[in-house]
Design a protein. Structure first.
Length: 152
């Protein structure tokens, strides 16, 4: 997906098994935050930054939706453990990560594997991709503040 592309309406199922559709958020911007794995240090820091800035982000017109390939049970645990106020999409079939082009080969300690590239897509009120914050740009500990800077 690139800036200007229309985002799909159906994003998948959330941590409670409910469908998540962009059309539910009509008139609001959506920060669709792809992250590698629940309860890892970087992902927890990012989620907590979004949590801590959640009210200010909502006041700025944003809705936050997190996405990883973890399952619903893992997402529910992550939400409960860190009091996350936003929905998490369980993309276990990897459809959304592939559609958005964030499922890619990664490398750690010389080992290559497939995984999610930490990326946030800003979806405008018209349903089109309005901005992309890529893996090298996201600061996990201050990602909520990064999004607020974009809204100014």
């Amino acid at each position: 997906m690139e800036i200007g592309d229309m985002a799909p309406d159906l994003l998948g199922l959330d941590h409670d098994g409910r469908e998540v559709r962009l059309s539910e958020y009509a008139g609001r911007k959506v920060a669709l935050c792809f992250y590698p794995k629940d309860n890892t240090s970087g992902c927890t820091a990012e989620a907590c930054s979004l949590r801590d800035n959640y009210e200010a982000l909502r006041e700025a017109g944003y809705e936050i939706i997190g996405v990883s390939v973890d399952g619903q049970k893992s997402h529910r645990n992550f939400i409960e453990k860190h009091a996350l106020p936003f929905r998490l999409v369980a993309d276990t079939e990897k459809q959304l990560v592939e559609t958005f082009g964030v499922w890619a080969e990664k490398s750690m300690y010389g080992r290559k594997y497939m995984g999610t590239l930490r990326t946030t897509f800003i979806i405008g009120t018209d349903g089109r991709i309005a901005g992309i914050i890529g893996p090298k740009q996201i600061k996990t500990k201050t990602h909520g503040e990064q999004l607020l800077q974009l809204s100014r």
